[in-house]
Ligand binder design. Structure first.
Ligand code: GLC
Length: 651
């Protein structure tokens, strides 16, 4: 690819711009387009250069970007410029997120805007509002089967309500995160309906086959995502007399990104939401964007090229907007969503750290941090200007997708260990206090995942029923321990709706036919705001959790060593119950915080001799940032209670 070719193409495109576009003041747009055009052209050519309509599609692409730029408000453009000047802004320790369903947190978007003070009370300044767009009733996959990418579900509000939320948030320096479901549409989306009516143009938006020949070839290497409720990856459509690719549920049709029109439509949607004041877009299921016979149809190289192209285009029209990659895949694969072969993040600036999440749960089930240590040791380094979204629970199930080599290195047998975890969290293992449920057991592979709220998985539901104060306090301490890691690890911590209040499983989904076959609903609760008032009443579980998390969040925000600049050193401490790492201030490396987390139900100690030479003064005096007290210490050993954590600095 020659730069000259791209330059002359750009000139030709600009000459041909529609008059309503070329008449506008496009100064910043042109600067950014010029800077990014070679990359955009190369990626677009790589994906679609073989097509006869390449040039007109390229023209449409540029016009879509220009339209996105023109529709951006002056206020958002100001934010873009501010963020360009401070391009590492989101790596600061100041950000703390929460994910929630609108109708789980509030009545609707308007009510959510009214409840903004709750976020401030806790210290949350990034809110992921789970999907809010139109989905067919009973076939929504929790909002991820969208029938109109520009229309908000009228049960929760309209675009004006969302604008109000965005304004309230912006006034208070809270970031708004929304989903864009890139991989599929509902089978009731206009494109799908037109395809069903026989319109060829829209049939080409999806993967459709007249008979099983090609679907059968795909199936040979494609895993089942929902083996219990939606086995297979293709669904027969009687109206069209065709098989349609449906990787998730049979009503979620996979979009075909080998068609440039699909790419351009989805870019247009991305820019539409960027222009509503969204700061961060969560790109759903990105690992699935490219389908290739003979592969698992996940993590394909072209899926990365599509994301790079999306990012480059967004960089031109709405550069202040960040992308989160939702790719719940193996650690070596997930890291690539920051940008394959790049130095600085070139795809998504943020990615879910599913590895840490699953490893933390392993620590809880085994009371042991050896797999956690092993897995984190092998977590590949991330790129510059990239960061993790660190979470304990989210709206989805927990899969124990850690690397088998790590499981072996930790001294476990892979199959038996995973079975133990599933049994432990589903409460089938004798003595386990967890109240989770098995999700999508796959008899063919032996795989199974787990659902359940954080509180119920950590034993709070069972403890509260028993009324035993020791069990209750153990569960509370486990919840705080898990948060102590995600708040200090490096990256943006993402709390989940209800977890700061200890909300347990919600079993009501069983009575709802549209939810009863998907037990992820067990951990998508509706907050009882009367009960939530208990967070202000000392002596309640709600108070213990909420006040502790609020304090931890406040401390995190003041601790520069917790910003994310590859400034973490994992320590091998010769005590397998402890997870231990050092965070240091990247500007003043002598400013250090020693994080120690005890996963055991018994007290444990850290031998300071073992970590000598790591910049920690063995004879120094420590203070715990969280309690403000010096840790219990004897004989150069730091002692931790069951499930205790420390954030230690030297004084
Ligand atoms: C993502 C969502 C999940 C949904 C899936 C299919 O993984 O988090 O809830 O089921 O995509 O859209």
């Amino acid at each position: 690819m020659y730069e000259q070719v791209s330059h002359s193409l750009l000139n030709a495109i600009l000459d041909d711009l529609k008059p309503e576009i070329s008449r506008q003041d496009l100064r910043h747009f042109y600067t950014r387009l010029g800077a990014n055009f070679y990359a955009i052209y190369s990626l677009f050519f790589n994906l679609y250069g073989h097509r006869k309509d390449f040039k007109p599609q390229m023209q449409r692409l540029v016009e879509t970007m220009a339209k996105g730029y023109i529709n951006r408000s002056a206020e958002l453009e100001r934010v873009d410029i501010e963020r360009e000047l401070d391009h590492n802004w989101f790596l600061s320790q100041k950000w703390v997120g929460m994910a929630l369903y609108t109708n789980g947190f509030a009545e609707n978007l308007d009510d959510l805007a009214d409840k903004t003070p709750y976020f401030q009370e806790l210290g949350i300044n990034m809110v992921h509002i789970m999907p809010i767009l139109m989905c067919p009733a009973g076939k929504s996959d929790g909002g991820y089967a969208i029938s109109d990418f520009r229309k908000i579900d009228d049960r929760i509000g309209d675009i004006n309500d969302l604008r109000r939320v965005a304004e309230e948030f912006r006034k208070r320096d809270i970031l708004l995160v929304l989903d864009v479901v890139l991989n599929h549409t509902s089978d009731e989306h206009e494109w799908a309906e037109k395809a069903i009516m026989g319109e060829r143009r829209y049939q080409d938006y999806y993967f459709m086959f007249d008979n099983r020949e090609i679907p059968d070839m795909f199936e040979q290497s494609m895993p089942d995502i929902f083996p219990e409720s939606a086995p297979g990856n293709f669904t027969w459509n009687a109206d069209m007399q065709k098989w349609v690719m449906t990787v998730f549920h049979d009503y979620q049709w996979d979009l075909n990104y080998s068609n440039p029109e699909v790419f351009i439509e989805m870019l247009d949607i991305i820019l539409f939401w960027a222009n509503q004041g969204v700061d961060v877009l969560r790109l759903d299921a990105v690992a699935f964007l490219w389908k290739k016979i003979g592969s698992s149809c996940q993590n394909e190289r072209n899926a990365h090229l599509i994301l790079q192209l999306m990012k480059d285009c967004c960089q031109v029209s709405a550069p202040g907007v960040l992308f989160i990659a939702e790719a719940i895949v193996a650690p070596v694969e997930v890291i690539k969503y920051f940008g394959e072969d790049a130095i600085i993040a070139k795809e998504c600036e943020i990615a879910y750290n599913a590895t840490l999440m699953a490893l933390l749960w392993d620590g809880i089930a085994t009371q042991n941090a050896k797999l956690l240590y092993q897995g984190l040791k092998n977590l590949p380094d991330k790129l510059e200007r990239a960061t993790w979204l660190n979470y304990v629970r989210c709206h989805d199930d927990i899969g124990f997708g850690f690397d088998d080599n790590d499981v072996l290195a930790a001294g476990y047998e892979s199959f038996a260990h995973r079975k133990y975890l599933v049994d432990y969290f589903s409460g089938q293992f004798e003595g386990s206090p967890a109240r989770g449920m098995v999700f999508m057991r796959n008899d063919a592979t032996g795989d199974a995942r787990i659902c359940g709220s954080l509180a119920s998985l950590a034993g709070l539901e069972a403890a509260a029923e028993s009324g035993d104060p020791d069990l209750i306090s153990a569960a509370v301490n486990k919840i705080l321990l898990l948060h102590s890691v995600i708040l200090s690890f490096g990256g943006i911590p993402l709390l989940y709706n209800g977890d700061a209040l200890g909300v347990v499983n919600d079993y009501s989904y069983r009575d709802d036919d549209s939810k009863s076959n998907d037990n992820r609903w067990i951990h998508r609760p509706k907050i009882n705001w009367e009960r939530a008032e208990l967070r202000k009443k000392q002596g309640t579980v709600e108070y213990s959790l909420f006040s502790a998390l609020k304090k931890m969040i406040a401390i995190r925000k003041e601790t520069s060593a917790f910003a994310d600049f590859n400034n973490r050193e994992l320590l091998d401490v010769n005590n397998e119950h402890l997870l231990c790492f050092i965070r240091f201030n990247y500007l003043r490396p002598s400013e250090r915080v020693l994080v120690i987390a005890n996963f055991d139900a018994n007290p444990q100690y850290l031998d300071l001799d073992v970590i000598s030479g790591r910049g920690i003064n063995l004879y120094g005096q420590f203070v715990d940032l969280y309690t403000g007290r010096s840790p219990a210490q004897y004989d150069r050993r730091i002692v931790l209670q069951a499930y205790q954590f420390y954030w230690l600095t030297e004084i």
